[in-house]
Structures are given as structure tokens and as C-alpha cells.
Write a protein that binds this ligand. Structure first.
Ligand SMILES: *Cc1c(COP(=O)(O)O)cnc(C)c1O
Length: 381
């Protein structure tokens, strides 16, 4: 007999692996909010898989199995936020361990990493992700346990070579964790390039509708480290609510459509505004002027993501004036939703921010690209 043809990721994702609610035959999973699960007269669990609400939730299964499949991984775990998922990775380390992370990355996580390392007796070195040698000189053979990268990274959209980072990390006995929130499994599967752990802020593209905060980790191997990550979820209790998990599995079903549309529109907008008289620069990895373009063309498949920055002529005030005049793009932080957002990162991050004050960060959604271009044209006029 012919081997059954493996279905494409789009189909697997749209059907959520065809997981039917066995109790009712429902096409959609049920939301199971129980905090506890019943035992029979012999004190045996009625369903051996479920005992208490902090352990596995039946609703997690759908999103976790689909995400693992999309990332080409044996296992995935949902968390209460992207940050609690990242925290779980750090909790696999010990005092004295050394970690390495980029200078420019999701600022909330970078700030927390530095504080956590200080409190926990660990050391951290931040490397310049725009310098290909930066990571090599930051790692310490035998001492570095974790190399953390984000690609494309917030908000310069520098692209880091995952395969090269994996070689460097493994060469000194460290694991490689990749924050792939911005790339999503539609554009990059970091495990294919040698990542050990992949992080998603599921708040962003995976859910896609700005209506939950959630996180996820995906592993290349179900090893001892993954066991400790699992403990951080189950025993330390970084769990997601049932309703949020249900919304996530629903939002994820349209991931490919949303991400592809965002990539297409972002590319059109970036090309349209490059060279605009009101702008110093458009920072987007899909433009050949971006330093990470060539690497992104190799590492990302089918698009360069929905995130970009505009560097406005005239400094911080001019940038804030552009934001003020926007009528379609919405003034808000975050990214990866169906509606386009515009934000002034410097205001959000504060005085110590490494982000230039004349940069605006755009998260491109799924609206008509003409409406978005028109809005930015009038805001820049
Ligand atoms: C938002 C974000 C996080 C943090 O995730 P939360 O869900 O807000 O906790 C981490 N990394 C990146 C790239 C993000 O955009």
C-alpha cells in the first residue's frame, strides 16, 4: 500500500489535527474548567489522565499538539504568558551558571533576565546581534549554559543565524533557546536549524486577536531539561486558564492566513515608504537595504514577517506627531493581531531604552493595505 501522504502544515493547522471531542462528537474541543477530577468507589480516577487542574488540562492538548507539529517537535507546553514560559527556561539553570543574550531583544525579557541573574547568582553577557562575531566572544566554554536569541529581534529586526548560534552554543556545552514570537512557525522552524527550545509569546501571532495573554515552549528533545520546564508549569503553577487555552486553539487555526497577509502587506508598505521624504529609513528585513536581508531570505520561508520600524525625520517630536495623526493604525503596544498597531517604543521603554527616539514600531495586521498606506501617507504629510 502507498504510504499515506503527509498533510501540509496549513491543513494540519486549519483542522487542529482533526481532534474531535470524543464525548459529544463536537468538531470543536469543549472548555473543561474543572479544578478537580472525580474518583470512583475504588478511589481510582475516572479518567487516569486528569486529577487536578494545575496538571494537564484537556483544553491545552489541542494547541500544544498542533504547535509541536508545526515546529517539527516532539512536545510543546502552554504557559500563562510568554514571560512565564521564558521564566520556566531560566529555572532549569543553577546559581553560578552563565547565560548569553542579545543587547537588543524584547525589552521586558532582557530587563528581567538581567535582574534574575543578579538575584540568582548567575552571570549574563549581552552581545551585539548585528555583529556576527558578537556571540562567539560572549560565550564562555564550560560555563555558559544557555544562549538566548530572538530573531528577527525587537525592534531592529536584526536577523540572527540560528544554525550558527546553535553550533556556537553546543560547542561550549550550552543549550540554545530561540524566541520565535515574531517569525512564527509559518516562517521559521528553529528546531530544524538546531535550536533546543523555542519560545512563543502566544499573546501575539499564535492567538492573533489581542484577547488573551499566553505563552508556549517547544522542545527538540524530551530530556531532563524539558522535565524541569514541565515542573515549572505543573508544580510552580505557571498555568493558562481553560478559556484562554480554548481561545488560543481557535485563533491558531487561521495562523497561516494571518501571517501571510501580514507579510505581504508589510512588504508592500516597506517598499512604498522606503525613500519617503518624511523618513530617514524604513527598517524591515524584507528590504535589501536591511543588514539581515540575505540571511532572512535563507532562514525565513515565505515572507519576512509583519513587523517594521519607520525612522522619522525630525526626531522624537516629529515621530510622535506622526503617531498622533494616525486614524487607521491603532496607537497601542503589542503585536501580531489582526489590526495594525503603531507605537513609539522609546516612550514605552523609558529613558534607558536603546531604541532611538525617532523610531516608530509598526505591527501590520490584515486590513486593506491601501487603507494602511493612505493612513501613513496622511500622517507623514
Ligand atoms: C510579547 C513578547 C514577549 C513576552 O510575552 P508575554 O505574552 O507578553 O508575556 C516575549 N518575546 C517577544 C518577542 C514578545 O513580543
Amino acid at each position: 500500500m502507498d504510504k499515506q501522504k503527509k498533510l501540509s502544515p496549513e491543513t494540519i493547522n486549519a483542522h487542529a489535527l482533526h481532534q474531535i471531542d470524543t464525548l459529544t462528537g463536537g468538531l470543536m474541543p469543549a472548555i473543561q474548567p474543572s479544578s478537580t477530577f472525580v474518583r470512583d468507589e475504588n478511589y481510582q480516577l475516572i479518567n487516569a489522565q486528569h486529577s487536578y487542574g494545575r496538571d494537564e488540562s484537556p483544553v491545552y492538548d489541542v494547541a500544544e499538539r498542533v504547535l509541536a507539529e508545526l515546529e517539527g517537535a516532539p512536545s510543546a507546553l502552554l504557559f500563562s504568558s510568554g514571560m512565564s514560559a521564558a521564566t520556566a527556561v531560566l529555572h532549569t539553570l543553577r546559581p553560578g551558571d552563565h547565560i548569553v543574550a542579545p543587547k537588543v531583544m524584547y525589552w521586558g525579557l532582557r530587563n528581567w533576565l538581567v535582574k534574575f541573574c543578579d538575584h540568582w547568582g548567575m552571570s549574563i553577557d549581552l552581545f551585539d546581534s548585528s555583529d556576527p562575531k558578537g556571540l562567539i566572544s560572549a560565550v564562555k566554554p564550560g560555563r555558559t549554559r544557555l544562549v538566548w536569541i530572538e530573531t528577527p529581534c525587537n525592534p531592529s529586526w536584526d536577523v540572527i543565524d540560528i544554525a550558527a548560534a546553535s553550533e556556537i552554543a553546543h560547542g561550549v556545552g550550552a543549550m540554545l533557546a530561540v524566541d520565535s514570537t515574531v517569525a512564527t512557525p509559518v516562517l521559521t522552524q528553529p528546531i530544524k536549524f538546531g535550536a533546543d527550545i523555542v519560545l512563543h509569546s502566544a499573546t501575539k501571532y499564535l492567538n492573533g486577536h489581542c484577547d488573551i495573554v499566553a505563552g508556549a515552549l517547544v522542545t527538540a528533545k524530551e530530556d531532563e531539561c524539558w522535565e524541569r520546564v514541565r515542573e515549572a508549569r505543573i508544580d510552580a503553577g505557571a498555568i493558562l486558564g481553560s478559556f484562554e487555552a480554548w481561545l488560543l486553539q481557535r485563533g491558531m487555526r487561521t495562523l497561516f492566513l494571518r501571517v501571510r497577509r501580514a507579510c505581504e502587506s508589510a512588504q508592500t508598505i516597506a517598499e512604498h515608504f522606503e525613500g519617503h521624504p518624511g523618513l530617514e529609513a524604513v527598517i524591515y528585513p524584507g528590504l535589501s537595504s536591511h543588514p539581515g536581508h540575505e540571511l532572512a531570505s535563507r532562514q525565513m520561508e515565505g515572507g519576512f514577517g509583519g513587523m517594521m520600524c519607520l525612522q522619522v525625520k525630525g526626531g522624537a517630536k516629529a515621530a510622535l506627531d506622526v503617531v498622533r495623526r494616525c486614524k487607521v493604525l491603532i496607537r497601542a503596544t503589542s503585536l501580531g493581531g489582526v489590526e495594525s498597531l503603531i507605537e513609539h517604543r522609546y516612550t514605552i521603554e523609558g529613558e534607558n531604552s536603546p531604541v532611538p527616539a525617532d523610531w516608530l514600531r509598526l505591527s501590520i495586521g490584515i486590513e486593506s493595505v491601501d487603507d494602511l498606506i493612505g493612513d501613513l501617507e496622511q500622517a507623514l504629510a
